[in-house]
Design a protein around this ligand. Structure first.
Ligand SMILES: [Zn+2]
Ligand SMILES: [Zn+2]
Length: 456
């Protein structure tokens, strides 16, 4: 089958793929609660003849769709979770929540899942003709919170893959290179004794004081960790609202980041000690609950080069005057007027080993199989991530075109791997030399996926 036929299959399925994108955008669901998305996606996969497995790794909204048999086995990773507080009308150039305080697709995951699914559907047709090779679509919940891919990695779900491909909606067309940071999260819940803050303070033991002292301790820790490591925190429970009560409960969530999981674990162990110290100082007790974590990303130059060729040769979208006009209008809301409203350049490949600030659970997949990602220009140039503007732009025809473009790049890259065993072997040899089989899973052995705050 020619590459152009893969593109035609994606074009033929365009109406149902766009309907899927709009459905997911209109039903935004938070991490690990993507029940509607899981239902819609698995129905789509079944209707296309994939063998569907649900509740993968014991995660209720994780699923796979498999087609074909034998080697190679190529995985396509899809996400579909939304973000809290980002409800916003689509195609609207001013901030206008649909449901004030509701959630919205501010990271374009309604496009991400559909683009990867579209590629899997095209590859299914190719494999049906070819007769050998397997494609697996991974429905990966909880990317924004929950790090589901890392839990699935711990449980061996990606072990059978020969390579994994994915993409992310951004404001430019480029193959992703470089690495990102490993991260770990743990929540510390302090318990004390409530008392009248004025007439019997000596009977009280303040959990809120413990959180305050823990934060002071963490502040001093920052000077004594490697310069690029990071320590972030958020307070999930500050006790009650009355200052005349000694607060008997309080909890704080910590996230640490480092260049790899091993180093992140060392920083988190010191945060654990600070929590114990804070409990000792205040006469309270502390319970630590591991939340989740992600590994740094392992780049793969062989796959980056292969994907770059596909990015340069897949048919690029063209935009209507209305789409460009809307993009320009939206850009004004974040002070951008220079350059094209939508980036139409295909950026050259810049292979890099540099570590970017930020983390993703795609990193865990990249430690288990050669992995590569592409960005396509799904948002007007310069659109901030996780913003109302990203939600608004995500519901436009231009974003849907970028999804179809990404699907074509992914499908063509996958096809090239089935057809060219030498490139696949080179990608695997590079993968082995970079990882040496040394995946340190960030997820603690007894941990289960959870949302911070749900655990206490
Ligand atoms: Zn995001
Ligand atoms: Zn994202």
């Amino acid at each position: 089958m020619k590459k152009e036929q893969l593109f035609s299959i994606i074009e033929e399925k365009k109406a149902s793929l766009i309907a899927l994108v709009r459905d997911i955008w209109a039903h935004p669901e938070l991490s690990l609660q993507e029940f509607h998305a899981a239902e819609v996606y698995t129905a789509f996969l079944r209707s296309e003849g994939f063998t569907v497995e649900t509740n993968v790794g014991g995660i209720r909204t994780a699923f796979t769709g498999t087609f074909g048999s034998g080697k190679p086995v190529i995985g396509l990773l899809g996400e579909f979770d939304a973000l809290d507080g980002l409800s916003q009308k689509g195609g609207c150039a001013e901030e206008a929540p649909i449901i004030p305080g509701g959630c919205g697709h501010g990271c374009g995951h309604h496009l991400l899942g559909a683009g990867a699914l579209a590629a899997a559907v095209a590859i299914k047709a190719y494999l049906a003709e070819r007769g050998e090779g397997t494609v697996i679509f991974f429905g990966c919940p909880g990317e924004e919170g929950g790090a589901a891919k890392a839990f699935l990695a711990r449980d061996g779900v990606f072990a059978k893959l020969d390579a994994a491909l994915t993409w992310h909606p951004e404001d430019r067309n480029e193959v992703v290179s470089g690495s990102c940071m490993a991260s770990l999260q743990a929540q510390y819940a302090f318990s004390g004794v409530a008392a009248h803050a004025a007439n019997c303070p000596e009977q009280g033991r303040s959990a809120l004081d413990a959180v305050s002292l823990m934060n002071v301790g963490a502040q001093f820790l920052r000077e004594h960790i490697p310069p690029h490591d990071m320590v972030h925190y958020s307070i999930w429970d500050a006790g009650g609202k009355s200052p005349n009560v000694v607060q008997s409960h309080a909890s704080v969530l910590y996230m640490v980041r480092s260049d790899n999981v091993k180093n992140a674990k060392q920083v988190l162990a010191r945060v654990d000690d600070i929590a114990k110290g804070a409990a000792l100082m205040t006469g309270t007790t502390v319970r630590r609950h591991f939340i989740d974590g992600t590994a740094n990303t392992v780049p793969n130059e062989t796959l980056e080069r292969l994907m770059q060729q596909q990015l340069e040769s897949a048919p690029q979208p063209s935009y209507t005057a209305e789409e460009l006009e809307f993009a320009a209008k939206l850009r004004e809301t974040f002070g951008e007027t220079e350059g094209d409203p939508i980036d139409t350049a295909i950026h050259p490949l810049h292979h890099s080993e540099a570590v970017k600030a930020g983390s993703t659970d795609v990193g865990d997949v990249s430690w288990l199989t050669p992995t590569v990602q592409v960005h396509t220009a799904s948002f007007p140039l310069g659109t901030p991530g996780h913003s109302w503007q990203a939600v608004s732009a995500g519901a436009t025809g231009a974003a849907e075109k970028a999804m179809l473009f990404a699907a074509k790049v992914l499908a063509a890259t996958a096809q090239a791997l089935y057809e060219d065993p030498q490139t696949l072997q080179a990608a695997q040899a590079e993968f082995r030399s970079r990882t040496g089989g040394g995946y340190v899973c960030p997820i603690e052995p007894d941990a289960v996926p959870c949302i911070p705050g749900d655990v206490f």
